[in-house]
Design a binder for this molecule. Structure first.
Ligand SMILES: [Ca+2]
Length: 274
């Protein structure tokens, strides 16, 4: 116990020796908070750097939400175009993005005659792509981390590192307002019903799914497979023209149409009346 306290004290002492005081007002970097980001779309997150004296370099390692299990998001690139980061001599590139561990590092080093002059405007832009299973109703912050031995720090014009303050951003928060995607799986009643010989079967997919839509007769025998493929999220519809698998017209009577989409399953009745 005593040893660990001693270690902490020594580490703090070393850090305070190495790291200079942030001159003037405390500098900071913050990540923009977005209002909404639909699934399967490109998302641009602007990163701001606020400094009240010349900065010679900075490194901002960021962590973003898991791309596999819950959030389905990929970082495509870091861009310095049209930002204060554009004049840096040495800066992050594609090797600064790690989509396996969901980390990226925004860094830059300025060489004379360029320097990062005092300002509070964008320093870089991060391009993400949300996947088909992205859930826009979740709030998912981009936070600081440590990556490849780099922590969050700035350095003065003379190259002395110091600790800035970090303000968290978020990729998205709130409901998706622009999309017409349904929230849950559904199977609607066919229209028209009764019908002769064509009817429309509608169903809703909250996300891209493998869908099987089949027609059965009252004996439980399969009459026709209408859909057996991967379909995109949204309201979908399929026509049934009253024929079987071989293209022959079926007799008047009661039929059932059954949907299976991921773990969702439902069945409804329809009447063909000639
Ligand atoms: Ca400062």
């Amino acid at each position: 116990m005593r040893k660990s306290i001693l270690t902490v004290i020594i580490v703090l002492a070393v850090v305070s020796l190495v790291y200079a005081q942030d001159p003037g007002v405390r500098d900071t970097c913050w990540v923009e908070k977005l209002a909404s980001a639909p699934a399967s779309s490109q998302v641009v997150v602007t990163v701001y750097l606020v400094n009240d004296e010349n900065v010679g370099g900075f490194t901002v390692p960021l962590a973003f939400p898991d791309s596999v299990t819950h959030y389905d998001i990929t970082c495509d690139s870091i861009s310095f175009v049209d930002t204060r980061g554009a004049t840096a001599a040495y800066k992050s590139d594609s090797t600064s993005v790690d989509n396996i561990n969901n980390k990226l590092n925004i860094f830059a080093l300025y060489f004379p005659p360029f320097i990062l002059e005092p300002g509070n405007t964008p320093i870089a832009k991060i391009y993400f792509t949300t996947g088909p299973t992205w859930n826009p109703s979740l709030s998912v912050p981009i936070d600081t981390t440590t990556w490849q031995g780099s922590g969050y720090e700035f350095s003065t014009e003379g190259g002395n590192p110091f600790f800035p303050v970090f303000w968290k951003g978020a990729l998205d928060v709130g409901d998706e307002k622009t999309s017409t995607k349904p929230k849950v799986y559904s199977l609607s009643q066919n229209y028209p019903n009764p019908f002769n010989p064509i009817t429309i079967l509608r169903f809703g997919l909250p996300r891209d799914s493998w869908v099987k839509l089949e027609v059965y007769n009252v004996l439980g025998q399969k009459v026709k497979t209408l859909v057996n493929e991967n379909l995109t999220a949204g309201m979908q519809e399929k026509e049934w023209d009253g024929t079987d698998e071989n293209g022959f017209e079926v007799a008047s009577g009661i039929y059932f149409y059954k949907i299976q989409a991921e773990s969702f399953s439902d069945i409804k009745k329809m009447v063909l009346l000639k």
